[in-house]
Design a binder for this molecule. Structure first.
Ligand code: GLC
Length: 491
């Protein structure tokens, strides 16, 4: 399909979803909410700090053997340089409060914004005028201020005088709660640093996250959220649950990652008993430790319907599942291999939906049991993808109206790489599965079992790189819900 035809499909997706959004039921989001401290970094700045502190040797060796956790300033600098050089986006945990303070005093923040998959998805949904109940474990005033008040309705459950009440974030704030600010170091493709004779250039814009957090790492459920969601779950369409990527292999209190996963599964089971129709999605996120990945895959996925992940996370998780023959191609964004990999994951884990989002395109697989038609899914993914492109373009979480004006501005461009990958994927489907490639090229989806949709991204000079995956996923899940409920009304 050509770029102009895709542009028309984007247009249609936007108008259909916009009309249908009012039919959505409520949403539940969890489990991680924090503040993101965004900080743009330039290569020269990192180079200067490395030279001043005499850290060249240490950093060169850490670039070869990334520690994937932060115990010293050089770990942090190595993390930024590692992500820049490889064009990847990783998150490493800061182990000592003192190191967190040092990092904060050196870099500070350019701006604060809502963070955590749960928090970001809540804002994306609210900006679509939807009603959302988020899990928030720490809600000091400064965290409450990150929730959008412009549109929609964000309801925080609280227990008061023996009963559950739902409050807006500012009313629900608790001053004594901890403040979790995760440092997001954003770099662009002009990033260039010379360290000990090595030149490190970023091939693409991306970010490195340095996190100091001791509550979200347990995927904690607020007790009032637990109780409150049980009272309204029969009126909820979709639950979007993430934050499992923050789990640690050990905790000071002796608990294990599986204990924390199991706790959330108990809640999920109670929801399902009350609402068997509920759809549950998880964003996988970057997990450095293969053992934790294994726990998430084996313990959690039997209880959820849908997962979202990027191409690197897909490769990491396939590695953990023992499927290792096409990981390089997946990391290189080969759409046919991404499709094959997503399909293996879906089959191995018994999932109903797997969505892979990359910079240039998204591929989403659906089983018929998921209950969404492939054409509606294509429009949903295009809608989510437009919201993400708008976030990248403006640097802010968008409303539908903003997305519409960015789409009309002509400043976005359909990824050419995606168009080529769609052609390769079409040939792959035809030769490997006998699916008519021409039909897939024209329609952008297949109606096989599982069905698959392909959505090229709209590219822009990005002003934001963090939260794009969360935005595309929550936007597409909201769109699915909207189109599904509209059909039920009309039927
Ligand atoms: C991780 C980080 C969080 C960030 C989010 C973006 O959850 O901990 O700070 O906002 O990723 O997807």
């Amino acid at each position: 399909m050509q770029a102009e035809e895709w542009a028309r499909k984007y247009d249609r997706a936007l108008s259909e979803v916009k009309e249908s959004i009012k039919y959505c039921r409520m949403f539940v989001t969890g489990f991680n909410t924090n503040i993101d401290g965004l900080r743009h970094v330039e290569g020269e700045e990192i180079e200067r700090i490395v030279t001043e502190k005499n850290l060249e040797g240490e950093i060169l060796s850490k670039l070869e053997n990334p520690p994937r956790e932060i115990r010293t300033l050089s770990d942090l600098l190595a993390g930024i340089l590692f992500c820049a050089e490889n064009g990847v986006g990783e998150e490493w945990f800061i182990r000592e409060l003192e190191v967190f303070e040092t990092i904060r005093s050196i870099f500070g923040y350019d701006r604060l914004r809502m963070g955590g998959q749960g928090g970001i998805m809540t804002n994306v949904l609210a900006l679509l005028d939807l009603k959302v109940i988020p899990n928030v474990v720490a809600l000091p005033q400064i965290q409450a201020e990150q929730f959008t008040t412009e549109r929609g309705e964000i309801l925080i459950p609280r227990r008061e005088n023996g009963r559950i009440v739902f409050k807006n974030p500012l009313e629900a704030a608790r001053e004594s709660d901890k403040i979790f600010i995760h440092s997001i170091f954003e770099f662009d493709d002009r990033f260039c640093a010379r360290v000990g004779g090595r030149t490190i250039r970023a091939p693409v814009d991306n970010r490195f996250i340095a996190t100091y957090d001791d509550e979200n790492v347990k995927v904690k459920v607020d007790p009032a959220f637990w109780e409150g969601t049980l009272t309204v779950i029969d009126r909820v369409g979709v639950a979007m649950l993430s934050g499992y990527h923050m789990l640690q292999s050990q905790y000071p209190d002796g608990s294990k990652p599986e204990d924390h996963i199991r706790n959330t599964i108990e809640l999920i089971k109670s929801w399902r008993e009350r609402n068997p129709e509920l759809r549950i999605h998880t964003e996988i996120g970057f997990v450095a430790d293969s053992g934790i990945r294994e726990s998430i895959l084996s313990t959690l996925t039997p209880h959820i319907d849908s997962i979202g992940l990027n191409e690197d996370e897909l490769a990491d998780n396939l590695y953990t599942l023992g499927q290792r023959d096409n990981l390089e191609e997946i990391r290189d964004m080969n759409a046919a291999q991404i499709y094959t990999g997503a399909r293996r994951m879906m089959e191995k884990l018994g999932l109903k939906r797997v969505m892979v989002h990359s910079r240039d395109f998204s591929v989403c697989l659906l089983s018929s049991g998921y209950g969404v038609e492939p054409r509606d899914e294509l429009y949903s993914v295009l809608f989510g993808s437009l919201l993400a492109a708008t976030l990248a373009h403006t640097g802010n979480f968008p409303t539908v109206q903003e997305a519409e004006s960015v789409l009309r501005s002509g400043e976005l461009e359909i990824s050419e790489r995606a168009l080529k990958e769609q052609e390769n994927l079409a040939s792959h489907l035809e030769s490997e599965e006998g699916y008519p490639g021409k039909r897939f090229l024209e329609e952008g989806f297949t109606d096989a079992e599982p069905s698959m949709v392909f959505a090229p991204s709209n590219l822009t000079e990005p002003r934001a790189t963090v939260g794009l995956g969360d935005t595309i996923c929550s936007g597409s899940l909201a769109a699915e819900e909207a189109l599904k409920r509209r059909k039920q009304r009309v039927a």
